[in-house]
Design a protein around this ligand. Structure first.
Ligand code: AMP
Length: 126
């Protein structure tokens, strides 16, 4: 507990259900993991393939990103095509979405990229 507080893992505004998935406290169907990020299948898929890619370091949303996150975000962008290939949607196509704050429809305040594919997706989104 003391260690978690020291590491900031229990900070009230950063500890979300995704932090629990990172710590393996709750189960998830993990698609990819490295030291910086984690991808897992969405519990309520909106397409035949629906995976969430999250940084292990908690960032609340796209609105909170600063230049100091550039390397992490660049790394995550480089993971997406590899993940899409693994999921079988690289050639057919996919969409990457980051719902941000309330008008953006964000419900979990730990930055995440939805990776959706496996069917033709409509545009514009709702
Ligand atoms: P957003 O509404 O953009 O913040 O996206 C949050 C997403 O997290 C939603 O698509 C949820 O279905 C998904 N989600 C919530 N809890 C879990 C969970 N335990 N495992 C996998 N996905 C989850």
């Amino acid at each position: 507990m003391f260690r978690e507080i020291l590491l900031g893992m229990n900070a009230p505004n950063t500890d979300t259900i995704f932090s629990k998935i990172i710590r393996k406290e709750i189960p998830a169907r993990i698609a990819f993991e490295d030291e910086h990020c984690l991808a897992f299948h969405d519990i309520s898929p909106q397409a035949p393939v629906h995976v969430l890619l999250i940084p292990k370091r908690p960032i609340r949303s796209m609105a909170e990103i600063t230049a100091s996150d550039s390397a992490l975000l660049g790394h995550m962008m480089s993971v997406i095509p590899k993940l899409a290939e693994q999921l079988g949607i690289k050639e057919t196509g996919f969409r990457v979405v980051a719902n941000t704050n309330s008008d953006g429809g964000q419900t979990v305040y730990h930055l995440h990229f939805h990776i959706l594919g496996g069917r033709t997706l409509g545009w514009p989104p709702g």
